[in-house]
Ligand binder design. Structure first.
Ligand SMILES: CC(C)(COP(=O)(O)OP(=O)(O)OC[C@H]1O[C@@H](n2cnc3c(N)ncnc32)[C@H](O)[C@@H]1OP(=O)(O)O)[C@@H](O)C(=O)NCCC(=O)NCCS
Length: 182
């Protein structure tokens, strides 16, 4: 039914869909209040969603298929929450959302990117490794529910890998959107 997606800045009216995705994807999900705080009151935070370009006529499926919240704090880009609807994974959505964060970070003069990820989260670790991140340390029992170590990963210097440079499909930062094929 859908064959393309676009990445756009999140807006308040998207919060219910974002919250539903958050709750489906994480064992300790952010609450609506936390998500709303990132969206409206944290001036370091950036919030993007991936959505189908055309809505279904019946609206049988939610429009939002992924989202990414990240912070740009002076020279540091910090990837916070990244999630893609389970049925839409392995089609490049997560990679596109993460790449857009790197692009925005570079545009704002960030020089390195960091993130934490559960040690058991092979899909996310492999996505970040593919983007050039490397493990720099491990934080013992960092996560709860279940308790688990975090791997701290860094991309330093902040660069966009060659295969991703053409991947421009985002309607953020004043740029016009072009579709990204699923
Ligand atoms: C991690 C996540 C965001 C990846 O999203 P996605 O849209 O499936 O990612 P992409 O399709 O862009 O994958 C890009 C690359 O990442 C790696 N990757 C992604 N999922 C993978 C998996 N299940 N197993 C192995 N490698 C995987 C692959 O290298 C993949 O490239 P390929 O498909 O060409 O082999 C998604 O699995 C998710 O939402 N997980 C639950 C929430 C979560 O854990 N978020 C991260 C918190 S740090």
């Amino acid at each position: 039914m859908f064959s393309e997606f676009e990445i756009v800045p999140a807006t308040r009216d998207m919060l219910p869909d974002i919250l539903a995705l958050e709750e489906a994807c994480f064992s300790s999900p952010w609450t609506r209040k936390m998500l709303e705080g990132e969206l409206t009151s944290n001036h370091f935070a950036h919030f993007l969603v991936a959505r189908h370009q055309q809505e279904s006529a019946t609206k049988a499926e939610p429009t939002i298929i992924g989202y990414h919240c990240f912070w740009i704090v002076f020279e540091e880009l910090r990837l916070m929450n990244l999630a893609v609807r389970e049925s839409m994974r392995r089609r490049g959505v997560g990679g596109a959302l993460a790449t857009e964060a790197l692009r925005l970070g570079l545009a704002r003069a960030a020089t390195r990117a960091v993130l934490e990820v559960r040690v058991s989260n092979d899909p996310a670790r492999s996505l970040y490794t593919r983007l050039g991140f490397a493990q720099i340390s491990r934080r013992s029992r960092y996560y709860t529910n279940p308790i688990e170590d975090a791997v701290l990963m860094e991309l330093n210097p902040l660069v966009i890998s060659r295969g991703r440079q053409q991947d421009r499909n985002v309607a953020s930062g004043g740029e016009s959107a072009s579709p990204h094929r699923l």
